[in-house]
Design a protein around this ligand. Structure first.
Ligand code: GLU
Length: 415
């Protein structure tokens, strides 16, 4: 099954739970628009490379399309269909007035020079020009992109339309970015974890955590969880896995992030070279209290789900759990905070950035922290309450709330 088929299982289940009509289901299950396009790039050595770019706009009943741009060699239209759908339900669950979209390029950005990357990003923006815009579709960073790529997108779009900071979010601070945007997804993961711990009666103070993925989401989640008393005992990225029963020393990571809040955090090998190495494939099944998948999709399948040894899984990544993985966790009594809840901090602060760019005053760091926490707590509590009322798990409850909100908006707007 593809990623979008996996996601359909969760969405269809919510639709059944809401007793939705076939017409309502068809409307929400069909993406508004799917675009696939060529992106020619003249390499620095003069050769020509043609990449494939995508943007899927899933639904805009609740507001303009919103979602990241992912640059990764493994992506295709099916990936973006699933991720765009997740964005629709994520924005609905945290109740920010956006719809859902996602796009990107099938490429390895680390193999490109800065000049090549700039040409690629600006080429992509030109291709997307007819369908993006501050009131239409607002891209943001995702895997393989960050503030610099958003600056280039804003520049290319502004060339054609005049100064348009609100066409993208996740920009560098000096170009209208929002303080705390780079750490927002990780912070949201930590807030959701804290709330989930209280929900299941696990003391976060002293709890042990394993984190898969040490990019923007994983590294900031580690720092924020440590700040809340947790012990980060194992981490991995694509190249390395390190662990320490007493807790990994995150001071170097904290320093690097303080010195360059918008830059990439250090790699696992750079940050934890002295700690014990172990097999990357064993990260999720470490004997810890909390596991945070914060890398790619589909990693908790039926086998991994059955082999987990934790009490709580907090999904920092998008779509990390297959339906079989979900069932295995449920059978094992493991609580899973679903991606559309756990990693919604990023798009929440994107909303603050967009709103600030569009006429309001820019948000201060303190305001962002306070509001982000409030949004995440409200969304978690609503999800936990719904799970209690319906006698179901957090994922099912989250999708029911989100699908219901989008269905309601769609019904009010008409077709
Ligand atoms: N890429 C992030 C996500 O998957 C953020 C999207 C946004 O801010 O629009 O939620």
């Amino acid at each position: 099954m593809g990623l979008s088929d996996d996601l359909d299982v969760f969405v269809s289940d919510a639709m059944r739970g809401l007793a939705m009509s076939d017409d309502e289901c068809r409307l929400l299950n069909t993406p508004f628009r799917e675009v696939s396009f060529e992106v020619p790039l003249r390499r620095d050595d003069g050769s020509l490379h043609v990449f494939r770019g995508y943007r899927v706009q899933h639904d805009r009943a609740r507001g303009p399309f919103k979602g990241g741009m992912r640059f990764h060699p493994g992506v295709d239209l099916d990936h973006f269909r699933a991720f765009a759908t997740l964005m629709t339900y994520k924005t609905a669950l945290v109740d920010v007035p956006f719809g859902g979209a996602k796009g990107g390029v099938a490429c390895d950005p680390t193999s490109l020079s800065a000049a090549e990357l700039e040409r690629l990003v600006k080429g992509v923006t030109q291709r997307l020009d007819p369908i993006i815009g501050p009131d239409d579709d607002i891209p943001a960073p995702d895997m393989g992109t960050g503030p610099q790529e958003m600056a280039w997108m804003m520049d290319a779009y502004s060339d054609a339309h005049g100064y348009s900071p609100s066409v993208v979010t996740g920009k560098p601070l000096v170009l209208g970015g929002c303080p705390g945007r780079a750490s927002a997804t990780g912070t949201g993961v930590a807030v959701a974890t804290e709330r989930a711990c209280a929900h299941i009666g696990l003391d976060l103070d002293g709890a042990t955590v394993a984190i898969q993925g040490f990019g923007n989401v994983g590294a900031h989640a580690a720092l924020q969880l440590r700040a809340r008393g947790a012990r980060i005992v194992a981490v991995s990225d694509v190249d390395d896995a390190r662990r320490s029963a007493g807790g990994l020393d995150l001071d170097d990571v904290a320093r690097a992030v303080r010195e360059d809040p918008e830059g990439d955090p250090p790699t696992v090998a750079e940050a934890f070279g002295d700690a014990e190495p172990f097999d990357i494939g064993d990260l999720l099944t470490q004997d810890v209290d909390i596991v945070v998948p914060a890398a790619i999709g589909g990693v908790i399948d039926g086998d991994v789900g059955a082999a987990l040894r934790c009490r709580l899984v907090v999904e920092g990544a998008n779509n990390p759990t297959t339906p079989e993985g979900h069932a295995a966790m449920r059978d094992a009594g493991i609580t899973a905070v679903p991606d559309i809840l756990a990693n919604a901090g990023g798009v929440t602060v994107s909303y603050f950035e967009w709103a600030g760019n569009r006429g309001g005053r820019p948000w201060s760091a303190a305001q962002v922290d306070e509001e982000l926490e409030a949004v995440m707590v409200r969304a978690f509590d609503a999800t936990a309450d719904r799970a209690g009322e319906d006698g179901t798990d957090l994922r099912t409850a989250a999708f029911r709330i989100a699908v219901d909100r989008v269905r309601h908006a769609q019904a009010l707007r008409g077709v």
